[in-house]
Design a binder for this molecule. Structure first.
Ligand code: FES
Length: 271
């Protein structure tokens, strides 16, 4: 069961419990009020009671001080007056309004929660299956001129890597062992999406001109470091990219792969 479903159930149960509590409270108050009204009516209700009040003292004196209480028969009880009925109607309307309001609140709460709750069943922020390892290696490697592959679902560029791995982040993302990296396409300067330039083989940000090498390392512009990236693991033959675990890119000055240290052709975004 997903966290979103659990949250919806908790909200629904809370609202139902609150509704039952309020209904119970109202019923008890109503019963109490009806009981009070009956008690107030009792002395005037039965003629027997009136007779008892006049005749009892003498009888009590004669009978050794014992007082007997005569019950008012059911059929002699007066029905509720129109005023009392009017109060009941008002209470009914109050209760109906409360239930309607709580129902609305429950639905609104559930809709808001389901909207706000992150969907952890796929997409960015989850572990994404990027495809078959051998196929991907062919697609982004020397056989295809090192062209990176963009995976829209995870917002990352999958790139080939054959550098030395001399920076902690390469170990964290398994770049050397797997010969590939998943580079987050978000520019580390101010967050623009960074496209790949087929001629220079750099990632060149169109916003302020930051440039990153094929392995995501900083090459030029205002960016403070290299592109961030995601850890990659293998599940059988499948390449699994954990987009919920962003690893900070290497600092400026890091250069671990000479082959793509400099632009391979004209720039797409002039400096
Ligand atoms: S956002 Fe990319 S260089 Fe400014």
């Amino acid at each position: 069961m997903s966290p979103g479903t659990i949250a919806l159930i908790v909200v629904a149960v809370s609202v139902a419990a609150w509704g039952l509590f309020m209904a119970n409270l109202t019923i008890r108050r109503q019963r109490k009020a009806a009981g009070g009204a009956e008690t107030r009516e009792s002395p005037a209700k039965g003629e027997g009671a009136a007779a008892m009040s006049t005749g009892t003292p003498a009888a009590a004196g004669a009978g050794g001080g014992q007082v007997t209480v005569e019950k008012v028969p059911e059929e002699k009880r007066k029905p509720l007056t129109p005023d009392q009925l009017a109060v009941s109607r008002r209470q009914f309307l109050n209760r109906a309004w409360t239930v309607s309001f709580l129902t609305f609140l429950g639905f609104f709460g559930m809709s808001s929660l389901s909207f706000l709750w992150p969907k952890l069943t796929g997409g960015f922020g989850t572990v994404i299956n990027a495809g078959n390892y051998d196929d991907l290696l062919r697609e982004i490697g020397p056989e295809n001129n090192f062209q990176p592959k963009f995976v829209a679902e995870g917002r990352f560029w999958l790139t080939y890597y054959e550098g030395t791995g001399e920076a902690p982040v390469y170990l964290a993302v398994n770049a050397v062992d797997l010969k590939m990296q998943a580079l987050y396409r978000k520019c580390v300067h101010l967050g623009c999406s960074v496209p790949h330039c087929g001629t220079s083989m750099l990632f060149e940000c169109p916003c302020h001109g930051s440039k990153y090498r094929l392995n995501g390392e900083f090459y030029g512009g205002p960016a403070p470091r290299g592109l961030d990236r995601f850890p990659i693991t293998l599940d059988g033959d499948s390449v699994m990219v954990d987009t919920g675990s962003v690893q900070e890119g290497p600092p400026r000055g890091v250069n671990t792969w000479e082959k793509f240290a400099e632009p391979q052709g004209p720039l797409c975004v002039p400096t």
